[in-house]
Design a protein around this ligand. Structure first.
Ligand SMILES: Cc1cc2nc3c(=O)[nH]c(=O)nc-3n(C[C@H](O)[C@H](O)[C@H](O)COP(=O)(O)O)c2cc1C
Length: 189
């Protein structure tokens, strides 16, 4: 028996991503985003409230970074998602994040996060779902320790956190179930 719950913004899992931008005075800002992610092989979509400092920073510099928040730094990721750079301008330093300038885009890279996409803004959209930023991935930075011998990112080593929207909690990903485009082959072609 299924229960009808009306409109719920429920999909599981949601990512925990940290957007890095520069403020007008060049200090780094960071905010957490769960409502967004990949929208093409080389593009990302950010769904943002326009009032966030991040939104105006992105529009001014036409650049941002997008980091995967790992479980080891989930408290830092949570913190930058709960205070605005408008009221706490040093929020990244306060929680111990270290910023270095991206070599590819006008935005900061936070050293603590294991994987970061460096992005240029392709389009700022004001559509039916609000303010959305489409970004072009121009480079991917990964800590050496999370890159396998095959040159691919090893997600088990990244240990990226996921957001669980019903209970408003962060979780760790679980076990491998099988190969994608493979495990379903038992039903035939
Ligand atoms: C788990 C989590 C997910 C969030 N997801 C989003 C999101 O997808 N879009 C958004 O606009 N704000 C989101 N926020 C809120 C912003 O991160 C938050 O308002 C932040 O303080 C904005 O910072 P800024 O004003 O310095 O840019 C999220 C916050 C948390 C804790």
């Amino acid at each position: 028996m299924k229960q009808s719950l009306g409109v719920k913004a429920y999909l599981y899992p949601m990512p925990v991503l940290v957007i890095g931008t520069y403020n007008d005075d060049g200090t780094p800002d960071a905010m957490t985003m769960a409502w967004g992610g990949l929208c093409d092989y080389d593009k990302v979509a950010l769904n943002l409230e326009e009032a966030h400092l991040t939104s105006s920073n992105v529009a001014k510099r036409m650049a941002f970074t997008l980091a995967v928040a790992d479980c080891a730094h989930i408290a830092e990721a949570d913190y930058v998602g709960t205070v605005s750079g408008k009221t706490v301008p040093d929020k990244t330093a306060r929680c111990g994040l270290h910023a270095v300038k991206s070599e590819h885009v006008d935005a900061p890279v936070f050293e603590e996060f294991p994987v970061t996409l460096e992005c240029k803004v392709l389009e700022l959209q004001h559509g039916i779902a609000g303010f959305r930023v489409i970004g072009q991935i121009v480079n991917t930075l990964a800590d050496e320790r999370v890159v396998g011998a095959d040159g691919e990112i090893d997600s088990a080593k990244v240990d990226g956190a996921i957001f669980e929207t019903s209970g408003r909690t962060y979780c760790r990903t679980g076990e491998t179930l099988g190969g994608a485009w493979d495990i379903g082959q038992k039903f035939g072609k």
